[in-house]
Design a protein around this ligand. Structure first.
Ligand SMILES: [Fe+2]
Ligand SMILES: [Fe+2]
Length: 238
């Protein structure tokens, strides 16, 4: 990877982590004191923040300009849905998440069906991501627009390995054990960023502004949602 891009990402990640650590939700000493109701609320709402990205991968494949991008998106989609290339049975990430949630006694499908997973800030997060995608193409055209979209996707994937170690500590603080932790453990290790890193490098070489725009968008989108979730759990969740 280009050294400038590497150092840009390092700085971006450090700034992100600093702001993330200031959010109470990521303080395991505090979340260890959560009641079971607060633990359940976390799982119910976080489902709304994480679940829609898999669908977005399909939408993005339809907008992607070439096979390199389409293949990366398809590979990512397959991993999310537990599709193996060698006949092995794998769990989808949704299944793993439902298993984790059920360990604190909540069925996220039932909650979703009852309309209890959505908040104004989860809608803002999900709609904001889709709106960003459409807006980039409408305003900047397919070429530059896609550069920005791909940069946002890569920033989002990079955060898997940043956010999930924090979510794993959160899950430990709830007392989750064994298979209930698998969802969090695999996301600490996934390499979805790598699937598109070469393309990001190519974009950086000709249009580094778009990389900065995509990364800034995701940092703000993600931190805004996590802050709102944290506020709900700490202020209203008792
Ligand atoms: Fe996943
Ligand atoms: Fe991912």
């Amino acid at each position: 990877m280009n050294a400038d891009l590497e150092s840009f990402i390092r700085g971006w990640r450090e700034a992100y982590v600093k702001q993330q650590q200031a959010i109470l939700l990521f303080n395991p000493e505090l979340t260890a004191k959560f009641t079971i109701a607060q633990q359940q609320t976390f799982f119910v709402i976080f489902d709304e923040l994480r679940r829609h990205f898999t669908g977005l991968l399909g939408y993005l494949a339809g907008l992607a300009p070439d096979q390199q991008y389409k293949r990366a998106l398809l590979q990512n989609w397959k991993e999310e849905n537990g599709v193996s290339d060698d006949g092995r049975e794998l769990f989808s990430h949704d299944d793993l998440y439902r298993r984790a949630a059920s360990s604190v006694g909540v069925d996220v499908l039932v909650e979703s069906h009852a309309g209890r997973t959505r908040r104004s800030y989860t809608d803002a997060f999900n709609d904001g991501f889709v709106r960003f995608i459409v807006e980039q193409i409408v305003i900047s055209g397919r070429k530059i627009g896609w550069n920005r979209i791909w940069s946002a996707v890569e920033a989002y994937e990079l955060l898997d390995n940043v956010d999930y170690p924090a979510f794993l500590r959160l899950a430990h603080s709830f007392g989750l054990k064994g298979e209930a932790l698998t969802f969090f453990e695999i996301h600490c290790l996934v390499e979805h960023f790598e699937l598109g890193a070469e393309s990001l490098d190519e974009i950086w070489a000709v249009d580094s502004d778009s990389v900065r725009i995509g990364f800034a968008f995701i940092k703000k989108l993600q931190l805004t949602a996590f802050r709102a979730l944290s506020d709900e759990l700490f202020v209203r969740g008792k």
